[in-house]
Write a new protein. Structure first.
Length: 203
């Protein structure tokens, strides 16, 4: 998993509440366990019409936001069923952080396991970011170490994050990576067990 330290990226406003995981990545795109290629299904029903043509009114189809790295979303983002494909699809599209007033718990947890940073801000701060993102300059800066978001106009908002999750994001550690940090201690323990209880090793 790639470490997250600081992100300077275009922000795309998506002022819709209760965006669920099926809207983020519809079920027909869940047949793969590969992370690459899922961007084509991201917000599929919002991005494309029945003939598969892009809907020009949807924010991520507009030229100013096609390279967005930050999504500024409405309340309760990521609700619905649990699926890791949701953060996978966002990241495959190029989005590395989502800012909202609230996230569904399972989606929030999945974000940290996959390197996507979910940032919770106050409603008025999210609204300001959305308003500014609609302007000509819509580059937002997120500093994980400082726990801050800087708007295009220079306004600085701070956010809370669990210290353990923050540390793992800064190091780029998922659950497997975190376990591997203790590889030496695990090997030592297994060696001691093998000596003390050889029958467990089939000897």
């Amino acid at each position: 998993m790639q470490a997250f330290t600081r992100l300077d990226a275009q922000a795309a406003p998506l002022p819709l509440a209760n965006i669920d995981t099926d809207q983020i990545i519809p079920k027909q795109f869940l047949k793969t366990v590969e992370r690459a290629g899922l961007a084509k299904g991201l917000f599929y029903e919002y991005r494309f019409d029945e003939q598969g043509r892009e809907k020009p009114e949807f924010v991520l189809n507009q030229p100013a936001y096609k390279n967005a790295g930050v999504l500024v979303a409405g309340d309760n983002f990521g609700c619905g069923s649990s699926r890791e494909h949701a953060p996978w699809a966002l990241m495959d599209f190029g989005i590395k952080a989502v800012i909202s007033t609230s996230f569904a718990d399972i989606f929030y947890n999945n974000c940290f396991q996959n390197g996507l940073l979910p940032v919770v801000l106050k409603a008025e701060q999210v609204q300001q970011l959305m308003d500014e993102a609609r302007g000509g300059n819509h580059v937002v800066s997120i500093d994980l170490e400082a726990q801050s978001v800087t708007s295009p106009s220079g306004q600085v908002f701070t956010f809370e994050i669990d210290p353990k999750r923050k540390a793992k994001m800064l190091k780029g550690l998922d659950a497997i990576g975190e376990t591997l940090e203790a590889a030496s201690a695990i090997d030592t323990y297994e060696s001691k067990v093998a000596l003390a209880r050889p029958w467990l090793e089939g000897a």
